[in-house]
Design a protein around this ligand. Structure first.
Ligand SMILES: CC(C)(COP(=O)(O)OP(=O)(O)OC[C@H]1O[C@@H](n2cnc3c(N)ncnc32)[C@H](O)[C@@H]1OP(=O)(O)O)[C@@H](O)C(=O)NCCC(=O)NCCS
Length: 169
């Protein structure tokens, strides 16, 4: 099969997507419900994944998510997401979420996360996706780091499977 032509991170990136916080996004402490931010992040990353793969992609995993700072009433959330690395059928997408007072205060880093997506065919099975050609120094660093995280993810999944006597769940 002819290999798919490689793509750059910029070809699929989602940049500076804003979401205005409304009262129904808040929890009892008047800060944004974390699950809402995660759902938005998954959607933006799905757009990046579909663009890169040129196919429908599914989320296979999300690395540990740590909320660094809260987002509040009156904030806008700003999402940036790019492919860090693509392997045979899977890719890692990095997403950074910042918050900013809607009247234009300084930006606060709310959370960063790494999501793994898999390109799928009509039968919903994994399909080959284009490789990634990083261009900038930052993109090359992310590309290198992503491989290290992949090794840890796959090792973790294999360790859990072994512990459970060969069952994945
Ligand atoms: C994604 C899915 C199609 C993969 O099927 P599978 O039988 O596990 O396929 P494979 O074992 O061939 O793995 C496919 C790719 O995923 C990667 N992968 C599998 N498990 C992984 C994990 N826990 N973390 C990271 N990557 C993983 C594999 O390394 C492989 O990548 P590669 O081809 O680039 O090397 C299947 O697990 C699925 O349908 N999951 C549900 C997805 C979904 O519905 N998501 C929405 C949220 S509920």
């Amino acid at each position: 099969m002819t290999p798919l032509p490689p793509k750059s991170p910029a070809e699929s990136a989602v940049t500076e997507q804003v979401y205005m916080v409304f009262p129904n996004d808040l929890n009892a402490k008047d800060t944004v419900f974390g699950g809402q931010i995660m759902a938005l992040m998954d959607r933006y990353c799905a757009v990046v994944a579909d663009r890169h793969a040129g196919a429908v992609c599914v989320t296979v995993g999300v690395d540990a998510v740590h909320f660094i700072a809260p987002a509040r009433r009156g904030d806008v959330l700003i999402f940036n997401a790019t492919v860090n690395r693509a392997w045979r059928t899977s890719m890692e997408i990095g997403c950074k979420v910042e918050a900013q007072d809607a009247q234009k205060g300084p930006r606060r880093h709310i959370l960063s996360a790494y999501l793994t997506f898999v390109g799928t065919g009509e039968d919903r099975r994994p399909i080959p996706i284009p490789s990634l050609t990083p261009q900038s120094a930052d993109e090359r660093r992310r590309h290198q780091e992503a491989d290290l995280r992949r090794q840890m993810r796959l090792q973790h999944a294999a360790d859990l499977k072994a512990l459970r006597g060969g069952h994945a769940s």
